[in-house]
Design a protein around this ligand. Sequence first.
Ligand code: 13P
Length: 252
Amino acid sequence: MSQRKKFVAGNWKMHTTLAEGRELARAIRAEVENVEGVRIAVIPPFTSVAAVAEVLRGSRIEVGGQDLHWEEKGAFTGEVSAPMLRDAGATVVLVGHSERRQYFGETDESANRKVRAALAAGLSPVLCVGETLDERDAGRTLDVVGRQVRGGLAGLSSAELARVCIAYEPVWAIGTGRTATPEQAQEVHAAVRAILRELGGDVTEAIPILYGGSVKPDNAPALLALSDVDGALVGGASLEASSFSAIVRAAA
Ligand code: 13P
């Protein structure tokens, strides 16, 4: 087990109305309020960030955004900036999620601009990386993930690197019920850890590397026990307080 504090975040994706989001946040708060030693975040759609932050005020549970624009403000219809997320109560933001890469044209360059914008606003960016099934089958997993990590973190100072989080989410494991085996996860996490050391030296030891992709209460303990897995980014199982809190407890 590593020295890094475990971090469990729930990505609600495009789910929850305001009422549903408040209710889910209340239920999660009730279930994990007394769990010590784990950093916890919930990441609702933009429309619910402020309302969920309000429900979670005074708790240890953080709130995040699922994406952001790199400019602070301007004529960018449909976009939300880092200062706006901060203002709504967010402390965390996802960057470069594979669904943004697949469906909305996110690139390593745009992810890099977003990571910088998040850091500048005092948000904790969670840079998401991961290979497709074709890339894995072609033996390119470490190349692809390495390129995404280097690209997303390009040009950051050591002090900035120390404030970043990484989430390894193999695309073929997202929403499929198919999880990376502990060996597959450990291999990629160790490779990411080595790249981080190369980029920023000792300060990067504190960077949590989360695993994501069909994390459920039954597979979480084995994944979270791996030496280079510092937490989980949970999709589907974060939409129910009972399963999300079971994963939080597995990390404790
Ligand atoms: P699932 O847990 O639903 O596979 O989603 C993972 C994910 O994409 C979290 O960001």
